[in-house]
Design a protein around this ligand. Structure first.
Ligand code: ADP
Length: 699
């Protein structure tokens, strides 16, 4: 394992360590963060649910309060009368006074229903009083004459004498109708009409002949009578009167006779050639309503009433307790409220009061009133939706109809839901997704920044390692550089000291070697000292006005012999004019020495050096050209770094510390100048120093 790890570079190891130490915990934190966002979604949902439930309860409470008003009002006002008209009026009042109540109805134990307009199965008190008539003699005889002996004229006089004996309006109505019929049989229409008209003049309102009200029967006959007489105007007037009576005073629907009469007369009126006047239009409309209400009542009697009755029967403790039931009617579900009636009603056989819950007033006033006061902040709105999710009410107009959460209503509002909406139309998941995106975005950002940080750190660490390695090389190089000349000086010095060198020429050669090596030593030590000063930032320059040409010449002069000794051909193209600028003469001289020394060190077969000094408009230019090994292109910008040595073979066999060019660069930059290099591998290099001239000379 450790041998395997040994192959991994230090850079990779640092990278791994950084990933482990920084990225792993942050990955765990990110995971936990994402989880907490999911958790937040759940919490949010729960919160929304809780607040929506509160609102639902508030609304339900309000509806219950309104419904309770209904039976409170019943308890406080006991049943006053029991005739149908008064009861109908009473139901109408109940409907108009209570916003939740629509189409109220009273219920008897025998499934009889009384609504504001119609009744069904409602037992009437004054039904036919006909039975008593059979006992009167003259009436009996009249019937015998009419039906058995077919003596119509005789029957007429017998009915007439019966009329004189009998005073009860219902009996009189019955006899008058027989009389009228006999006259009609004899085609004595005028008298017949009079008999029927007498029925209409009778005092009580609720007189019946058979099942129909006496007035309806009489009017029907009058219509026929006028027709027989050809009095069409009268006939029409009577027909309308009859229609009016049917429409405005309906009787019980139980046996279907009422609806039959209504249909027949309604059709008769419609078929009339004379145009319908406005008042007839009103009657027509009412007729339609009656048919609708009748259908509704039948439906309720079959579908709802049995349920209510059995419910009330099975739970005795239900007195005055509100109950609810629903009934599917076509597409919609209708909610009903009902409750057992107080004793004053029960004594009369009325067991319960039922009503439809009035959705419209709920939607238009009650719900808005309750919900308007609810403030859920700028992002949320509350609304009511139907079974099919269509919006019935909403706090403000929204674009989207999707809701965040919804809760079903119970009781009078069953089938509806109260729902929470996002004002921007977002679903809960979308709201959370937005937050998640932001989180992931931030996370990626943080990871990128961290990655960048790691990269920079790793680079810095690697660089440090490189520098440490280079420094170690440097120490080795410098010690080697110092040792070699010292060893040579000592060796030749000792040889001379022994005096064994007899030849003057040889001695001169030895002295020369000692001088050259000591010069090299001085050069090296100068470089190291300067470098340490520059590296520490404590190098001081001694600027003064001087002639560049002069400095270059004297430097070349001092070094020329050495170069020539090495077998180099030196070409100098030095300006004949002086080039004066502010500079540190020693430093410039040292820079030039370094360039010349490199030119000799990295020479190839052609030992050639060209030194050129020129003056441009703004700069003094010193360039050293050689025909040496050259420098690979990719290393051109690195050779000025401290300790850097190029990768050429020649460099490897040449002694050096990699300091020379970094010193030259430092010196040139201290003069606000530039150091440039052009080089082609195998052909040679040109190093150029540019020093700006004095400002007075045009910079
Ligand atoms: P040193 O000469 O002590 O190695 P320098 O800083 O003077 O250090 O030079 C840096 C490197 O640049 C050298 O090691 C050498 O590879 C390359 N170099 C410098 N001058 C020349 C030149 N004239 N021709 C070819 N290579 C050169």
């Amino acid at each position: 394992m450790s041998s395997r790890l040994g192959h991994i570079s230090p850079k990779t190891k640092i990278l791994f360590a950084a990933i482990l130490l920084i990225l792993t915990p942050s990955a765990i934190l990110s995971y936990l963060g994402l989880q907490s966002i999911d958790q937040k979604a759940d919490n949010l949902r729960a919160n929304y649910r809780a607040s929506i439930r509160l609102m639902r309860d508030k609304l339900e409470g309000e509806i219950v309060r309104l419904e309770e008003n209904v039976h409170n009002s019943l308890i406080n006002s006991p049943l006053q009368a029991r005739d149908v008209q008064t009861l109908k009026a009473w139901l109408l009042k109940l409907e108009s006074e209570n916003p939740v109540v629509k189409h109220p109805f009273l219920l008897t134990a025998e499934r009889g229903m009384l609504s504001t307009m119609l009744s069904i199965g409602w037992k009437q008190s004054q039904h036919a009083a006909v039975a008593r008539l059979g006992k009167t003699d003259s009436f009996q005889q009249a019937e015998d004459a009419e039906f058995i002996r077919k003596d119509i004229a005789g029957a007429i006089s017998l009915y007439r004498s019966a009329l004189e004996e009998i005073a009860a309006p219902s009996d009189r109505a019955f006899i008058l109708s027989r009389l009228g019929r006999c006259y009609f049989k004899l085609e004595r229409y005028e008298e017949g009409l009079r008999a029927y008209s007498d029925i209409l003049a009778l005092p009580s309102a609720d007189i019946r002949i058979g099942r129909a009200p006496a007035s309806v029967v009489a009017l029907l006959q009058l219509v026929d009578g006028y027709e027989a007489l050809g009095n069409l105007q009268k006939r029409w007037e009577t027909l309308i009167k009859l229609y009016d009576q049917l429409v405005n005073a309906p009787w019980d629907l139980e046996d279907g006779s009422y609806l039959y009469y209504l249909k027949v007369i309604g059709n008769a009126v419609s078929e009339e050639p004379s145009p319908l006047v406005a008042s007839v239009e009103v009657l027509k409309e009412k007729e339609n309503t009656i048919f609708e209400q009748a259908a509704r009542l039948h439906h309720l009697q079959h579908e709802l009433v049995p349920y209510i009755l059995s419910d009330l029967e099975h739970s005795s403790s239900l007195e005055l307790q509100l109950r609810h039931a629903s009934l599917q009617s076509g597409e919609t579900k209708i909610q009903f409220g009902y409750f057992k009636l107080p004793l004053s009603f029960q004594r009369e056989g009325f067991v319960a009061l039922g009503y439809e819950i009035e959705n419209n007033s709920m939607r238009q006033s009650i719900v808005p009133e309750v919900l308007q006061s609810v403030d859920l902040g700028p992002q949320l709105a509350v609304g009511i939706i139907s079974e099919r999710d269509s919006i019935l009410f909403i706090q403000e107009t929204l674009t989207a109809s999707r809701y965040l959460v919804a809760e079903d209503f119970g009781g009078g509002l069953a089938g509806w839901k109260v729902a929470l909406f996002d004002r921007a139309g977002k679903s809960l998941d979308e709201r959370i997704a937005g937050e998640k995106r932001l989180y992931v975005f931030l996370l990626v950002g943080i990871i990128l920044v961290m990655g960048l940080g790691i990269l920079v750190t790793v680079r810095a660490a690697v660089h440090e390692m490189e520098v440490a390695r280079i420094k170690a090389d440097f120490v080795a190089n410098v010690s080697h550089e110092l040792k070699t000349p010292l060893a040579l000086i000592r060796m030749f010095g000792e040889t001379l000291e022994t005096g064994i060198v007899s030849s003057e020429e040889k001695r001169k050669e030895f002295y020369g070697i000692i001088r050259k090596e000591s010069e090299r030593l001085t050069h090296l030590i100068n470089n190291v000292l300067d470098f340490s000063q520059m590296d520490a930032g404590s190098k001081l320059y001694n600027f003064e006005e001087a002639d560049v040409v002069e400095v270059v010449r004297s430097t070349l002069e001092a070094y020329k012999f050495h170069i020539r000794d090495l077998g180099f051909q030196v070409e100098s193209r030095i300006s004949s004019e002086p080039i004066i600028t502010r500079m540190d003469k020693d430093a410039i001289s040292q820079a030039l020495l370094n360039l010349l020394s490199n030119a000799t060190n990295y020479a190839a077969d052609r030992k050639y050096i060209c030194l050129e000094v020129r003056k441009n408009a703004r700069t003094a230019r010193i360039s050293v050209t050689d025909h040496g090994v050259g420098i690979p292109k990719k290393e051109l910008n690195k050779i000025f770094d401290k300790f850097y040595r190029a990768s050429t073979a020649k460099t490897k066999e040449t002694r050096g510390a990699g300091l020379g060019l970094s010193l030259v660069k430092h010196i040139v930059e201290a003069h606000k100048g530039r150091l440039e290099v052009e080089s082609v591998v195998g052909q040679g290099s040109t190093f150029t120093i540019r020093i700006p001239l004095e400002p007075s000379e045009g910079s």
